[in-house]
Each structure stands twice: as C-alpha cells, then as structure tokens.
Design a protein around this ligand. Structure first.
Ligand code: BYC
Length: 321
C-alpha cells in the first residue's frame, strides 16, 4: 500500500518547493525519478555508485571469461558463456541508469580506462583453476546478492528497477557456481583440493567486497539517510558470513578463518580481522591484476572504435533520409 499522504490540510501545511518534495519522497519510501529535482550531491553519489557498479560488471567478465575456451565440457562452456554474457547485460542496464542522471557513457568508459573511476576490488584477483569459476559463482555472486537485494529498494527509481532483474540473474549465477563445486566435491581428491584452494584464495577478498568497515566508510551515513543504501557495509558483511557458513558445511569445505565461530549471544558468527591494508592497496590500483584488467578493457575499447564509428555513420544516414 502507498504510504498515507495525510489530509488536504496537512498537505497544504507541508513545506513546498523542490527540495521539500525530494525530502518527502525519500521519507515516504517513494522513488526519485530522472525528471525530479534532486540535490547535486545526491546526483553525484548516484552517478558514482552506478558507474562503479557498471564498471564492475564489465571488468568482472574478464576473470571468468578467460575460462570459456578451457571449460571442461560443452555443458560447462555453454553455462559459462551465458553467465559472462549476463554480466555484460548488467553493465549495459547500469550505464543506461547512469545516463538517466545526465552522465555520458563514453565519458564513464574514459574514466574507467584512465583509472579515474573505480570498480570492485574483487575482480583484481586471478582465476588460477576452473574451481575458481565455481567459487566466484558461490562466493562473489553470493556477496553481490547480499549487497544488491536491498538495492532493489534504493531511492533512485531506475537503479532500483535495474537491480530487480540483475538480482534474479545473480541468483542463477550463484546456483550454477554452487552446483559446479558440488560436482567437483563428489570427484577425486585432486578436485576437492582444487576447490579448497580456490575457497582459501577467494574468501577474504569476498568479505572485502562489502567495502571498508563502517567506522571508515566515507559515504554510508549520507547514503543511508538518502535511502540509497539500506544497510551498512558491516551489516551486509555479517549477513554474508552467516549465510556462507552452513553452505560451506554442506559443501564439505573449510572457510580459511580460525576465529570463525557461532556466537549464541549475538546470534551471529564471529569472524577474524580482515586485512584492511590489502583492500586499500587493491582499491588504489595495486592489486594482483589491476593493471591487466584495465589494459584489457582499454584494448577492447580501442579495438571497438570502428564499430562505434560505423554505428554513428549509420545513425547519421538514417537521420538524413
Ligand atoms: N572495491 O564509503 P564507502 C558483480 C570504495 S559486480 C572498490 O563504504 P559506498 C559481479 C568506495 O567506492 C558487484 N572500491 O562507499 C560481476 C569509496 O570510494 P570513492 C559490484 C570500493 O559507496 C561479474 C570508498 O571505497 N557491486 O556482482 O558507500 C561477475 C569508501 O567506501 C569497495 C556494486 O558495485 C570495493 N569493494 O559503499 C560476478 C554494488 N568498497 O567512490 C559478479 C553497488 C568500497 O569515494 N555498490 N570502495 O572514491 C555499493 O553497494 C557500494 O558502492 C559499496 C561501497 C558497498 C561497494
């Protein structure tokens, strides 16, 4: 049910003007749409978050994409192709959502390939074996779902709506990863070791995906007040840990944290200290694969210049007719 807007008298007494309309829309849990007035800082925050998110989807195609030609069967290849293609689709919806805020997609791409805009830290780690494909599906897409389901209620309409479809597809991605890992765990000792090794390498970076601890998060307080974010970084990280522990048990893998244990008093799992210096290093461009990821994206952009030029020439001809 839509929240009550009160009586006509009460509405008449409400502060008028664009800023008041914005505040009321957010307070009533309604959506801000592209045509609505919004504070410059809200617009800038939305462009920043949506662009980073779009870049993450596009850069996120690389670590798994390199396994398409090496997938162990036709079935695994078809699944992986579909998944990587989905990530491209997510990037495109998100660039379109950024455009509704007046951002220019080619400028956003230019900022990504010149290192002026960020993308998720998680995609700066290498994928060493095919088990990494399964672990990315299970843990990375699992973390993404934890973070993105609340974003379906984000206050900016086009972002919230894009997130609904993205989350549905991410759920499929997570299941395919888990199913791949289950298959490997039912295989040989070498396959089980491969899965454990991949879990050991991806567990901590997955926890870092949720961002810095709340005390060090620059944007959380304002983004929560504007209802862009619905939970803090630490709340979502805790939710992810609690969700992953029983899944790891069912799979038969050990999460690489000796301090991980159930705390009955808190009703949550306690977990060990995250190496925040690693997150800072990776975010600032010094992770294991940052240079490679950006170089691949830049080369793809340059190689695709003729396609953009041909499309623009075709559009110009159509218009002239
Ligand atoms: N990596 O104040 P904070 C996917 C930055 S793709 C890099 O807490 P905020 C998938 C942050 O930007 C999933 N940077 O920020 C694709 C800020 O720097 P700036 C991508 C990070 O925005 C393919 C500074 O640190 N998901 O699922 O309130 C295959 C301070 O942080 C990171 C999204 O993008 C990080 N991990 O909260 C498989 C979700 N964390 O901008 C899967 C949407 C923080 O001031 N984004 N920073 O220079 C969000 O929910 C929020 O932006 C974050 C950060 C929770 C990530």
């Amino acid at each position: 049910m839509a929240p009550s807007t009160g009586t006509a008298e009460a509405r008449a007494a409400e502060p008028q003007g664009e800023a008041a309309h914005f505040e009321r829309t957010v307070a009533r849990d309604q959506r801000i749409e592209p045509r609505d007035w919004m504070p410059d800082a809200y617009r800038a925050t939305m462009v920043r978050q949506i662009a980073q998110h779009a870049h993450s989807e596009i850069i996120g195609m690389q670590p798994e994409g390199v396994w398409i030609t090496r997938a162990p069967s036709l079935r695994r290849k078809a699944i992986l192709l579909a998944k990587v293609q989905d990530e491209a689709g997510h990037g495109l919806y998100l660039y379109s959502a950024a455009e509704t805020l007046g951002a220019d997609r080619s400028e956003l791409t230019a900022k990504l390939i010149s290192g002026r805009q960020k993308y998720s830290s998680i995609f700066n780690y290498p994928t060493l074996t095919f088990a990494d494909v399964g672990v990315i599906g299970w843990l990375v897409d699992g973390a993404a779902i934890c973070n993105q389901v609340p974003l379906c209620r984000s206050s900016y309409g086009p972002y919230a709506r894009a997130m609904i479809r993205i989350c549905k597809e991410e759920s499929f991605h997570q299941r395919q990863g888990y199913e791949l890992l289950m298959t490997l765990m039912r295989g040989t000792d070498a396959q089980r070791e491969m899965v454990q090794d991949a879990v050991n390498r991806w567990w901590w970076p997955s926890l870092m995906m949720f961002g810095p601890p709340d005390a060090d998060s620059t944007h959380t307080a304002q983004s929560m007040a504007w209802k862009i974010k619905r939970h803090t970084n630490d709340e979502l990280r805790q939710r992810f840990v609690d969700m992953s522990v029983p899944q790891a048990d069912a799979l038969g893998v050990t999460l690489p944290d000796p301090d991980l244990r159930w705390n009955a008093e808190r009703g949550h799992h306690d977990f060990g200290e995250i190496d925040w210096s690693e997150l800072k290093r990776v975010i600032s461009g010094d992770g294991p694969c940052n240079a490679e990821r950006v170089a691949v994206r830049r080369a793809a952009h340059e190689d695709g210049a003729w396609v953009r030029e041909a499309a623009a020439a075709h559009a110009a001809k159509q218009e002239a007719r």
